[in-house]
Design a binder for this molecule. Structure first.
Ligand code: S3P
Length: 434
């Protein structure tokens, strides 16, 4: 693979830009928005809740918001498709408004746990008035008339839980405090500050944070420039590392340290990834990443790194399959409640292609077969999970036999244009993929 590409805008920042724009009176503009299905569903939800959301073309969007606590009751069910982030963050924003809304999604999202969000939102005064068994979608949430500020310690490192509480806390008087013992991605905090909210973050313990938000701010409309998504960059990056002779450049990739655990791990494995033209884009450090085919070796990945690479273990497992020796990934419990059970699905993806994988409790151990050593030839079950589909395709680029996937449709949730961009780099993805 050779050439230079820019992967689409960051998914986490794109959701938040639409939601905060909708909670701000006036005109917020967004450039570089990810126009994947997940984010488009969030845009649809913001419209249904009363904001005016316009697609100006070329990744540029305009949002006329309704103000904190100003959402209107939606006339129809809010459908978030495949997106846990969109659904959970909007639950937080709705919890602070005196309205009732029904949340739904596809079969994958309907299977994911929502109590982790609903528990703190109930403490703030929101009520679930209808739900599927086990606190799952479809569910109907009645927001609080007088939301209460709370102090809440998240039971797992999850930016979605943290963000839901902070978004509900916008409408509460006084201080809403979130404590996390392991820091998760901080895009909500950074963007709230960018929109003029008073929010202070301090270290908590060895790896955690204490975040204090002053409620009922007058958010000020502004511009959000969305940098390229490191979680999407991960796929061509691993592709280039395992396909002999590759050298690619990935333009403008966000290097927020709470998102770059994969890059650290790959470098420890011997990956040649260099940062060029470092700069600031939309309040985040970004760089052009030059990635060159590399001989990789297995490593141990510590559990405390998981929050900074939570979406990247699937593609790391592919890199590990092409490394010499074992890669031991510790502490992957949260992978079981993503778009699919990613722990089992990743192991199955590798095994069906001839790679030995052990799952020991919450750990995954991949027995690497060295550069060019993976047999391939299997068909991978993608379980409605975009990241399994893209990871399996990267494996196929360097395996001895082609790798098939059962469904490519979900790639569009996070990485529209994936196939064309990869083919532009010379990746042999097969004629039937478009
Ligand atoms: C996200 C947080 C992560 C991640 C997801 C995006 C976000 O989920 O897996 O893809 O934008 O807040 P958790 O916070 O539940 O770990």
């Amino acid at each position: 693979m050779t050439g230079r590409i820019r992967v689409p805008g960051d998914k986490s920042i794109s959701h938040r830009a639409l939601i905060l724009g909708a909670l701000t009176v006036g005109e917020t503009t967004i450039s570089g928005l990810l126009e994947g299905d997940d984010v488009l569903n969030t845009a649809g939800a913001m419209r249904a809740l009363g904001a005016k959301v316009e697609n100006l073309g070329g990744g540029n969007w305009r949002v006329h918001g309704v103000g904190v606590g100003g959402f209107a009751e939606p006339a129809a069910v809010l459908d978030f498709g495949n997106s846990g982030t969109g659904c959970r963050l909007v639950m937080g924003a709705v919890a602070g408004c005196p309205i009732t809304a029904t949340f739904d999604g596809d079969a994958s999202l309907r299977s994911r746990p929502m109590r982790r969000i609903l528990d703190p939102l109930a403490k703030m005064g929101a009520r679930v008035i209808d739900q599927a068994e086990g606190g799952r979608l479809p569910l109907t949430l009645k927001g609080a008339t007088d939301p209460l500020p709370i102090e809440y310690e998240t039971p797992v490192a999850s930016a979605q839980i943290k963000s839901a509480v902070l978004l509900a806390g916008l409408a509460a008087p006084g201080e809403t405090i979130v404590i996390e013992t392991e820091a998760s991605r901080d895009h909500t905090e950074k963007m709230l500050k960018h929109f003029g909210a008073k929010i202070v973050t301090k270290p908590h313990g060895d790896h955690g944070r204490r975040i204090v938000l002053q409620g009922q701010p007058e958010l000020e409309p502004c511009h959000v420039a969305v940098p390229a998504d490191p979680s999407s960059a991960a796929f061509p990056m691993v592709g280039a590392l395992i396909v002999p002779g590759s050298e690619i450049i990935l333009d403008g990739v966000m290097l927020n340290p709470l998102r770059t655990g994969l890059f650290t791990t790959l470098r420890e494995m011997g990956a040649k990834i260099t940062e060029e033209n470092k700069r600031d884009d939309g309040g985040e450090n970004v760089a052009d990443l030059r990635v060159t085919f590399s001989a990789l070796k297995g490593v141990a990945v510590p559990a405390e790194r998981a929050p900074s690479m939570i979406d990247e273990y699937l593609v790391l497992a592919v890199a590990a399959a092409f490394a010499e020796g074992k890669t031991h990934m510790h502490g992957l419990k949260e992978l079981r409640v993503k778009e699919s059970d990613r722990l089992e699905a990743t192991a199955a993806m590798l095994r069906v292609n001839g790679v030995t994988v052990d799952i020991e409790g919450d750990d995954m151990i991949v027995h690497g077969m060295g550069a060019g050593g993976v047999p391939g030839g299997g068909e991978v079950a993608t379980h409605m999970d975009h990241r399994i589909a893209m990871s399996a395709l990267m494996m196929g680029l360097a395996a001895k036999q082609p790798v098939r996937i059962d469904d490519s449709a979900f790639i569009a949730t996070s990485f529209p244009g994936f196939v064309d961009l990869m083919k532009g780099l010379g990746a042999n993805l097969g004629a039937d993929l478009s």
